[in-house]
Design a binder for this molecule. Sequence first.
Ligand code: SF4
Length: 296
Amino acid sequence: MPSYFNPTGVWPGWVRICEFLDEQYDQSKNITATKLAQPPQLVALQHRHWNQIRLNVCMEADRILGNAAHWLMARAAGPNDVAEQRMFMTVDEMTIPFRPDLLVHEGNDVFSLHDGKVTKTWAVRLGGKDEWTMQLNIYAYGCRQKGMKISRLWIEFLLKDWERLGPIREPGRYPEYPLDRLEVEDWGSETTEKIIRNRLGLHAKVADIPDVQLPECTISERWGTQARWAVVGASGKALPKKANFGSRQEAEAAALVSTKPNSVEFRPGENKRCEHYCTVRDFCHQYQKLIQQAPI
Ligand code: SF4
């Protein structure tokens, strides 16, 4: 299991909570629906280095909040809903466990599928993460395989960094509320089954590959943004309307025709998952390369 250090001497119970959450995690080689949707490199490194991972308990707030929200959602489920129930699906004779947060009974044996996410505003502004869509569709596939009728797929989100002035500052773009939901596209069983097969293949392929040769996580899997050049005004803020460009040349051409005083500024890309969330970054060769190339 991972070990924890406690730089400020916070209540040791927080460490016990993290250890309890780690015990729930299936660190075996067995694939689960959640692992299927995650990047193969991350899953492989987590499995190989599980007992070497060392974490700062003071940085575990997000995980604790996320699990607390799931726990509360399960307690608020209706009498005919299904909350946090472990189920199994079979694909190509492989048994894959999955545990949807909540199946809400809509009547006539129909359920809608809900997954709780404690997240940041940027993730919702982008319309949700690709991984969320895949995860919910895999759950829906498993439920349908068990004969359940699934109507719609929802992300129930709580935003940690929502600001009251956000919707006023950016009407129509900034989420109106810190607690709301996003509907996820339903791929249907046929498409999802193909995707599950493909993901099973990707995860199986990495089993015998050394760490340094693992397939790299994509920019979307790293929750990354591309580096860009911005035309900024005198205040240092990006000028509105097409202020960001993929190359310095494009930005300089736009700066030349702008009527306001300006300059061109480089904005490095970010890899939010690597930098803030991924527990295996110390073992990840791709991450080491990324931090050597440019500040992330
Ligand atoms: S550190 Fe980044 S690139 Fe490496 S496994 Fe984690 S998410 Fe992928």
